[in-house]
Design a protein around this ligand. Structure first.
Ligand SMILES: [Zn+2]
Length: 142
């Protein structure tokens, strides 16, 4: 998946309906491919600017996911988190990571990831980056 980082004066408003649309954009192949629900075209994710929230151990970004072929787009909040898979089931994943002060943090998200990929990552304990969009783990990077 192509990721673009830009800074613009977008005004963000995302909601639950957008997340339902988003969940349908990702297919559970684990390769992070996204398909436009309107035209079937390729979607790209654009992180616009950081949302300042001192409680988070990571930096969330205002995000737009848009079709490269038509005008369809969804607004969201996204961030990357480095960690390992501690546990998972068909709907939820627990990611073990670290806070800025170095203490262990366990985070739980809904996910749209491939079951076999998660099984492999849990067994190996490998450190990878997860792309989290609106509290959903949607892609494993690296
Ligand atoms: Zn489209």
């Amino acid at each position: 998946m192509q990721m673009v980082f830009v800074e613009m004066g977008y005004e963000m408003n995302y909601n639950k309906k957008d997340m339902e649309i988003l969940a349908g954009i990702w297919n559970k192949t684990g390769d992070g491919s996204m398909k436009c629900p309107q035209c079937g075209g390729k979607m790209i994710l654009i992180q616009i600017e950081p949302i300042h929230n001192t409680e988070n151990p990571y930096v969330p970004y205002d995000t737009i996911i848009e079709c490269t072929s038509c005008s369809f787009n969804v607004r969201a909040e996204s961030f990357m988190i480095l960690g390992s898979v501690k546990d998972f089931d068909l709907h939820h994943i627990e990611i073990g990571s670290w806070s800025p002060s170095g203490s262990r943090v366990l985070s739980r998200y809904e996910h749209v990831l491939n079951y076999d990929l998660l099984k492999k990552l849990k067994e190996s304990g490998e450190l990878v980056e997860f792309l989290i969009v609106n509290e959903h783990a949607v892609q494993v990077v690296g």
